[in-house]
Design a protein around this ligand. Sequence first.
Ligand code: ZN
Length: 557
Amino acid sequence: MLAAALDREAFTITKYDLDVRLEPEQQRLGARGKITLRNDSQHPQKTVALQISSSLSWRAIRAGDKPLQFVAQPFTSDIDHTGGLSEAIVTLPTEIKPKDTIELEIGYEGVIPLDMTRLTRVGIPEAIARHTSWDQIGQSFTAVRGAGYVAWYPITTEAADFSEGNSLFEVTDRWRAREAGSEFKARLKISGGNAERPFSLICTPSESISRNNEEQVASGDCSWQQLGDVAPTFALGRYVGEWKSPVSFYNLPGHESGAKTYLDAFVPASIFVSEFFGKPTAPVAIADFADPHAAPFESGTLLLVSMADQDRKLAGTNLVHELVHSAIPSPRPWIYEGLAHFAEAVYREQQGGRDAALDLLAAHRAAFVDSERDVADPRMKDLGQPLAATFDETYYRSKAAYVWWMLRDMVGADALEQAIHNYRALDDTNPKYVERLVETASKRDLSWFFEDWVYHDRGLPDIRVQSAHLWKDENSKAGKQTQILTTTLENVGLTGAEVPFTVHCADSDITQRIEVRAKSTATTRVQTACTPLEIVVNDGSVPESDLTNNVFKISEK
Ligand SMILES: [Zn+2]
């Protein structure tokens, strides 16, 4: 009898317990260990599809002491850098009912060389692809990211296609959401290398390094109680380490001056973070790349970033970002990452003013403005990604950074700071917890804002000046001629916002803020002693679907 169609996402891997041996000389990885699978589907399951990178092969799969039958086959999917997976279709010893679990013993091995297939086959030139698809076990330098980049531990996913719209991101985000509560333990051991220049292994920021020169073995623990938005990542190189509590800095030989830039940026960054976000205490690691052009990557409080250059501003914002993680753990990606990106903007503002901060935020806007346009399109259904629930990076990083910035503009820096200081990850069990903290600190009802920006996704606002009328103020005293400008703003979007608008005169400006709810208008009056020439809505602090309709010229009548 034929089994029902294989549901590749029926099982969640709730626990990993792996022993991994790395042989950099041969680019090899061999793993043995146990995984726990939970049937999260509605139906009993007799088979499971376990997947690892296509450059690795399955050696053994057992339940208890019994070897299980499995069929190994290649499975095309862009979730892995090779563009393919080695899939084992495993026949389970018994049918696993919904919510039930089974523990399997597994073994697999192979190599992890540099591979840009999934990028080059959609036409990205190799010269560019190699700096983003940098994962490899190499003879002198190793850096390998987890699921979404290299399946160096088993995953269970449907096929992802990079060339087909959002397919790759949807499959990856679904995987990460399913695994967010999973426990991950991997003990990594390195064989080979030479005693004079031993390797250092970095995985989690704490307990990441142990070196044994005599036996020429480096080992380390990669463990998380809950993966959250972490993709387990490891790096191996001839690192030089420096520690400034709670940050470990690891640079490669030749990158000393860039490393010094980071060390120099540490004190001002940590003073800033301590003041506005709380004292950083959780361990953080910042580790160098051999390739000076490698795209940075962050996994929890481990940041991989090239220290080859000496960009002081970048070192400062990178440090601020990691220190905020260290100060404010949160199980919610939009809070954990959103606050860290928001902090970068506030830090930039402190150094270069509001415009510099808005420039930094503007670089985030491009990441989500197009998908938000689709969300607002009534013909497209169910595309929305509420911030409170999303595992899509562009939302929980870029959009969330704006949301925190708008909140600060609305309630003021002091009230927001107070709310952030009162935040406790352990108390964050209700999605409305943060709303309550900000409302308590600011004594303002912000439910409409959280409804529009955090709990739902209805696209972005689109605000413009609908009309502006200017008249003389009859009550103004003689000699002090003032005028009144009545302005009506219209928001055609499905999301409301409090937006700043500026009335420009020949040599002075007046800026005010006004709340314009979704599909609404709002009218306000501005008293002015000068003659208004134009009104500019939104200084860039509110992400809008259309920023081209924000200037309104006032014609003289
Ligand atoms: Zn981060």
